[in-house]
Design a protein around this ligand. Structure first.
Ligand code: XMP
Length: 563
């Protein structure tokens, strides 16, 4: 299966490059920016042929010591290269061009004009056809289907096209490296699209992987199919076959224990195990912490039973969690108490199960989890979400013994959803919004009590139910347009009236955001009519809530959760 490698220099959008190209059907792998890249290293990297390499963006500059430097073999391996932002600056700097700081950063949507003159690529040293194939990605006259299945020959037709591209850079190219030529510039006059005249090397100063860039998908397709000659081979059906074969071989007849959280990832991992191994081998353990959403335990149990689960161990530990949280109001103290108790209960319950050794421990780890916890990127990269991955002595011991299985570790979230559908996981579970490990405890600000959990559960369930009933102007359920929605119980009460009586009720905040994968998020522009009606419904139904607000903060600077 053809593969595109992405050298990760630490940009927050590197994963998006991988996702966009996989959506086009070509397999991608993200590797640390300083990985060995000699022809031999590439040949042994995996069995799959690498068709091209993308050099990602980075928060660093080529002049800061923190900026990862690629193995210089990248320039001699002969493969097509695409430098994006820092990746382009890196290629320029490493090959004798000049990169300098801008007086003012170019940030956000910027106009870029690309020109393919009559005879584009003619007169270049043998690279004309490849350059035309690349520039076709920018030409509004060329549809995506022609880019994913490019003709052998593109006539040199002149075109000039201005479009909006998403940029975020403080340095620019002030002199191209020898052999490069500029085909597009930003409105401020800086090089935005360049190509080498004799080598299959291309560069973009903007981010085609970000949806705000017009024709971003087309530009990536032009590189992957036109320049690299990539063939689509990445399908979920194929992934299932590969993972099943690998799982059967690795696990044999031994037992497997999967810790289920109720979220999409662990449920789909459970489905994959149940559809691959004998159901008698598969043990699923789920902790009901009392900090779950309304009816969560019932929904999860039903979904897993429908998938054929035979050993489903539900641990009811609400009392333990509530007493561990008693008197705690500091967010970090709450998270720590929950993390510690998770581990204690996990150890106790697993040993109570008494699975015969060696047994395997399965986790629903995704590709993004590996990257975010620092395994996929270079040692200097910026690690953003390590706090979400609570270590556990059991997981560590199993990893040391080589008894961990992570069957989703090559997948992105949307691919997990596709896989779940193929495996027959309930549509409602597949579409479910993400839910944090510490559950409602981080959505009840201040001290957590059972009473507050019940109030929040009721209000949240009403909110979510309404989002599932209501449609947006485009006809989609509001729930499906929103990436994550939930209610938060604030630690304040305010005065209101109910009938003629003054009432002192809790304040609830509603959150709804759109996002690619939770790293950044925009506020969902809620239709005001729906917001008003949902607010009325909540204050009329949940008697302890006196006032409802809507959180209009994006991430950054706010986070998605409140604690
Ligand atoms: P933040 O609040 O960091 O959240 O912007 C980003 C995404 O991660 C989820 N989240 C967590 N998930 N354990 C998890 O498994 C956690 O401790 C945790 N904290 C936040 C959050 O719901 C959002 O989707």
């Amino acid at each position: 299966m053809d593969k595109i490698l992405i050298l990760d220099f630490g940009s927050q959008t590197t994963q998006l490059i991988g996702r966009r190209i996989r959506d086009l059907g070509v397999y991608t792998e993200i590797i640390p920016g300083d990985s060995p890249l000699s022809s031999e290293a590439l040949a042994t990297q995996t069995g799959d042929p690498v068709r091209g390499i993308i050099l990602s963006g980075s928060p660093e500059s080529v002049y800061t010591p923190e900026g990862a430097v690629p193995d210089q073999g990248v320039y001699t391996c002969g493969l097509p290269l695409l430098g994006i932002c820092y990746g382009l600056q890196r290629m320029t700097y490493d090959n004798g061009g000049l990169v300098e700081a801008l007086h003012q950063r170019e940030y956000g949507g910027m106009e870029v004009t690309v020109k393919g003159e009559a005879g584009t690529g003619e007169g270049t040293m043998g690279n004309g056809e490849l350059i035309r194939k690349f520039l076709a990605g920018f030409d509004p006259a060329v549809p995506l289907r022609d880019l994913t299945n490019p003709p052998l020959f593109y006539p040199p037709v002149p075109f000039s096209h201005s479009f909006t591209a998403w940029m975020s850079h403080g340095d620019t190219l002030t002199r191209l490296a020898p052999g490069f030529r500029e085909y597009g510039a930003s409105a401020a006059g800086f090089p935005a699209v360049v190509a080498h005249e004799s080598k299959p090397w291309f560069g973009l100063q903007f981010h085609p992987e970000v949806t705000h860039t017009e024709r971003g998908r087309e530009i990536l397709a032009a590189f992957v199919f036109g320049v690299c000659g990539g063939k689509p081979g990445w399908t979920m059906e194929r992934y299932i076959e590969e993972v099943r074969a690998a799982l059967t071989e690795r696990v044999g007849r031994n037992p497997v224990l999967l810790l289920i959280s109720g979220g999409v990832d662990s449920t789909v991992a459970g489905a994959l195990l149940l559809k691959t191994l004998d159901a008698g081998q598969v043990h699923l353990m789920y902790m009901d912490t009392g900090l779950m959403r309304k009816d969560e335990t019932k929904t999860v149990t039903a979904a897993l039973e429908r998938l054929g689960a035979r050993h489903l161990h539900i641990i009811h530990c609400e009392e333990e969690f509530l007493s561990a949280l008693k008197g705690l109001s500091d967010p970090e103290a709450k998270r720590k108490a929950i993390g510690d108790l998770f581990i204690t209960i996990q150890e106790r319950e697993v040993s109570r199960l008494g699975l015969s050794e060696p047994y395997f421990l399965a986790q629903g780890t995704l590709y993004t989890d590996l990257i975010e916890s620092g395994k996929g990127v270079g040692k200097k990269a910026h690690v953003i979400k390590s706090h979400h991955n609570v270590g556990s002595p059991l997981v560590d011991a199993k990893r040391r013994a080589g008894h961990i299985i992570e069957p989703l570790d090559r997948l992105y979230k949307d691919e997990v959803r596709r896989l779940g559908r193929l495996l027959g996981v309930d549509e409602e579970v597949v579409r479910r919004h993400p839910f944090p490990g510490p559950g409602l405890a981080v959505r009840i600000l201040g001290e957590v009590t059972r009473e507050k959990c019940d109030i929040l559960r009721d209000a949240d369930a009403l909110y979510i139910e309404e989002l599932k009933k209501r449609r947006s102007p485009s006809g989609e359920r509001l729930y499906d347009e929103i990436w994550q929605a939930f209610a938060v119980l604030l630690p304040i009460r305010s005065v209101g009236v109910a009938g003629d009586v003054r009432k002192y009720g809790w304040v609830l905040s509603l959150r709804a955001i759109v996002s690619a994968d939770g790293m950044t998020a925009d506020v969902y522009p809620f239709p005001i009519k729906d917001l008003l009606e949902i607010s009325t419904l909540i204050t009329n139904t949940v008697k302890d809530i006196g006032r409802v607000t809507y959180d209009i903060s994006s991430k950054p600077p706010a986070t998605i959760e409140w604690e």
